[in-house]
Design a protein. Structure first.
Length: 327
């Protein structure tokens, strides 16, 4: 039996006064970092009781932002945030002290991600570009290693294909132009363009093996692609494209899918939507196996790097701590 469950003491937890746009676990999975339309970033400590129920304890609130904070990313040492005001801010993870706000784009920042070692991070923007910033250039004004172009509309999300360093890593981007693109981070060149979505591509995530990736879109579909196959999706995950008696309207999204994330082992895929539903998909069968309802449109997902724990956020400023119980 498989299901998504929550701690009774933490469902839901109201932590922001407006929509939570993004959330991420620290590398040690002992902290949760969130950002919101209320202009703040919050850091929470995560603890578990004897029944393995998780709870959040507020640690720090970072409020040096003049507009909606759209994305956060974390390394072992830093938190980076991106806002509607086009700026990227870098804070110490340990004490929340602002280190720099020298990095920026020409339009709102939409997503951020560190590579696994924390030596660089990538930002995407509604200026249709992605930028790569070396953390060693922290205090050099807007010193980007390179800028990546290729999309004809807003870039909404990105995911790094981490092969051990910027000279071998690649970047996947998802855009309002209904495509995903793969870039070489060594020279910034476009490698491939992926099609299949009929509307804005809102989110993307690369599997732990770096072989597959998933995307979600405004057209309420989830797509699974193989990097080594072609530029068309292998699978479309929704009720009309599954072939099991498990398929039903209870296990499909009816509106835009805002976020998609792989589990730490690549066995499951999690999606959340404006229909206020989070779904867990078993990628061995491409079938939905569990669902969870939020109080309002579900906006983002953060997954643990070592367990089947995740957090889901919503437009009312709530966080839900979930565990996938699987046997």
């Amino acid at each position: 039996q498989t299901g998504l469950t929550t701690s009774p003491s933490s469902s839901p937890i109201n932590i922001h006064s407006q929509t939570i746009n993004d959330s991420v676990f620290s590398h040690a999975n002992d902290q949760l970092i969130t950002c919101s339309r209320d202009h703040t970033i919050k850091i929470f400590s995560i603890s578990s009781n004897s029944d393995n129920n998780s709870s959040l304890s507020p640690s720090l609130t970072l409020s040096d932002n003049s507009s909606s904070v759209n994305s956060v990313a974390v390394s072992n040492d830093y938190i980076v945030s991106g806002s509607d005001d086009t700026s990227i801010r870098v804070f110490n993870l340990s004490d929340g002290v602002l280190q720099t706000s020298n990095f920026e784009h020409d339009n709102a920042i939409s997503s951020l991600q560190f590579n696994s070692s924390g030596s660089y991070f990538v930002s995407t923007s509604w200026d249709n570009s992605a930028k790569v910033f070396d953390i060693n250039y922290l205090y050099n004004h807007n010193k980007s290693t390179r800028t990546l172009y290729g999309h004809s509309d807003y870039i909404n999300d990105c995911s790094i294909i981490d092969n051990g360093g910027i000279d071998s890593d690649r970047l996947l981007t998802a855009s309002h132009d209904s495509t995903l693109k793969l870039f070489n981070l060594t020279n910034g060149r476009l490698i491939n363009t992926y099609y299949g979505n009929s509307n804005w591509v809102l989110s993307c995530d690369v599997s732990p093996t770096n072989q597959h990736f998933a995307s979600s879109s405004y057209d309420s579909n989830l797509f699974i692609y193989d990097f080594n196959n072609n530029n068309s999706p292998l699978h479309i995950l929704n009720s009309s494209n599954t072939n099991s008696s498990n398929s039903s309207n209870l296990f499909s999204h009816s509106y835009r899918i805002n976020d998609v994330k792989y589990s730490h082992d690549g066995r499951f895929l999690f999606s959340c939507s404006n229909d206020s539903v989070c779904i867990c998909w078993d990628l061995r069968t491409n079938q939905p196996i569990a669902t969870f309802n939020t109080k309002s449109p579900a906006t983002s997902i953060a997954v643990s790097s070592s367990s089947y724990s995740l957090s889901v956020s919503d437009s009312l400023g709530n966080i839900y701590l979930l565990d996938l119980n699987s046997s």
